[in-house]
Ligand binder design. Structure first.
Ligand code: CS2
Length: 492
């Protein structure tokens, strides 16, 4: 049986079911107040839901417009549904579906960059939020500086009317608003990067400064870039999600999203004159200092995720839940956390042992199939804040790093592009070509291969390649991976 496709008209026609929540506010009252760059599963299961909850609680006009910076698929799936979609919370208590209404529409930047710029420059736009992934910032992950030699940045400096990059869109839109005397929007970075607000503020200012020093000064003075820590495990859309959403709601949905029950959003309460939704009324933590939360999450959650992704993939595990069901990797994970925890100052009132216990439960949620391959992507952009920062601090304190070094070595083994059974690995990384070239030039000697990767200063900085204890620990772990395989190497 073909079910009818979710749409505004269908929702109006079909009486609500007590099992599936739907927008309890007047969608017609929403305005395009939040423009989100990099609309994907994560933001639809996180930021949009916080806003949806505020609308349900107290009404208002905070609608969201999504922008896809690369592909049209989100727009193609969502436009026929009037922006409506199903979210499926999956946990021990089963599946809870709801239909979300806060997303008003999706723009596709490569098809019509002028429309995106116009929307950003429009006085109705009050917040511009972003989840463009680490590589979307076109920066050098080790130094945090904008890469002026990045093809998209060079393009956007030359083409103010048709940018491609998030930084280019923000800078040119802010410039238009300044020229038109419209108050700036607040820029809300929601990517897993340390000090993400300050980082993005620096990148936008660097971009502006190349063109117009006054604009850069105005951005520094007038535009707010609060930092945020976002957390919810949201695997990429899988084929089975469509059938699950249909079974739960009775509607066909081309863009459902599945997620774990847990969510956390810690937001620096530093917004510009155009305000923000009352996210604190639905569980977001508005604070003056996001840094301790961000530290904890990047190093303990994301660090462990990356370690499990590389070791787990090499050990033949397709998902995080499979990896943590493997007693060897579970043991390794505890040693990883024991190395990382002492370098994390706990946020107020937070016990880090409780935090990692809860993480283990989240990773072990059998209803969430989060692929190791998905998390393994873009390692060159993730390693610095997830693993290398901990390694640096431990070495400076004279502490050993066997578990962190094994994770770094597993990344090195993974980007070599062939798994333990001799099968090619589909390595996705913006630096894949550099990584391959470095390894090819190094030949077969394990020490030479590690040395070649460590010379990539964008990832390892200037310092780590010159730290003999770091080099020795990673090389030793890499040899163990080559000789014994990932499971055996992780066993002790
Ligand atoms: C993951 C994150 O893909 C990855 O690299 O580590 O997406 C992770 O699931 C989220 O940050 C959880 O909040």
């Amino acid at each position: 049986m073909t079910l009818p496709r979710l749409s505004a008209a269908l929702l109006a026609a079909v009486p609500p079911s007590p099992k599936v929540a739907r927008p309890g506010y007047d969608r017609a009252a929403l305005r395009p107040a939040i423009v989100h760059l990099g609309l994907g599963a994560f933001f639809r299961a996180h930021g949009v839901l916080y806003t949806e909850d505020v609308l349900n609680l107290q009404g208002g006009d905070w609608g969201v417009i999504g922008v896809s910076l690369q592909r049209p698929d989100q727009r193609d799936r969502l436009a026929p549904q009037d922006g409506l979609y199903t979210t499926m919370e999956r946990g021990p208590a089963g599946l809870h579906a709801r239909i979300v209404g806060a997303l008003l529409g999706v723009l596709v930047a490569p098809e019509d960059p002028a429309a995106v710029l116009a929307r950003l420059a429009d006085a109705q736009t009050r917040i511009v939020s972003l989840t463009v992934t680490e590589k979307g910032y076109c920066h050098d992950p080790a130094s945090g500086r904008l890469r002026l030699d990045h093809a998209d940045i060079a393009h956007d400096l030359a083409q103010p009317d048709a940018p491609r990059s998030a930084v280019g869109f923000l800078a040119h839109a802010l410039s238009r608003r300044r020229a038109a005397g419209i108050a700036p929007f607040t820029v809300l970075c929601c990517d897993n990067l340390p000090h993400n607000g300050a980082l993005l503020a620096g990148l936008v200012q660097e971009f502006c400064r190349v063109q117009d020093g006054d604009l850069a000064d105005w951005v520094a003075r007038e535009v707010r870039f609060p930092s945020t820590m976002v957390d919810r495990i949201v695997p990429a859309l899988a084929e089975a999600d469509h059938a699950a959403a249909e079974a739960a709601t009775g509607f066909a949905d081309a863009a459902p999203v599945g997620h774990e029950p847990f969510r956390q959003w810690v937001v620096e309460d530093r917004f510009g004159p155009l305000g923000r939704p009352a996210w604190e009324s639905v569980g977001a933590q508005l604070t003056h200092d996001v840094a301790p939360f961000e530290h904890m999450k990047l190093r303990l959650l994301n660090g462990a995720h990356s370690a499990l992704a590389y070791l787990g993939y090499l050990a033949g595990h397709q998902t995080i839940v499979e990896a943590v069901q493997d007693p060897v990797l579970r043991g390794y994970l505890q040693r990883f956390w024991a190395e990382a925890r002492p370098m994390v100052p706990p946020p107020p009132g937070q016990d880090l042992g409780d935090y990692t216990d809860a993480l283990l439960e989240r990773f072990a949620n059998p209803a969430i199939r989060h692929r190791t391959w998905q998390i393994a992507m873009d390692g060159s952009q993730k390693l610095p804040q997830r693993l290398l920062a901990t390694a640096r601090e431990r070495l400076a304190a004279g502490l050993p790093i066997p578990a962190i070094a094994l994770a770094v070595a597993a990344w090195a083994r993974y980007v070599g592009g062939v798994d333990e059974a001799g099968t090619p690995i589909d390595v996705r990384d913006p630096m894949a070509a550099e990584l391959r070239a470095a390894l090819n030039a190094a030949g077969e000697d394990p020490a030479a291969r590690i040395a070649a990767l460590l010379r990539l200063t964008e990832v390892f900085g200037q310092d780590l390649p010159g730290m003999p204890r770091f080099v020795a620990a990673v090389t030793e772990a890499y040899r163990a991976l080559l000789q014994d395989g990932a499971r055996a190497a992780a066993a002790h």
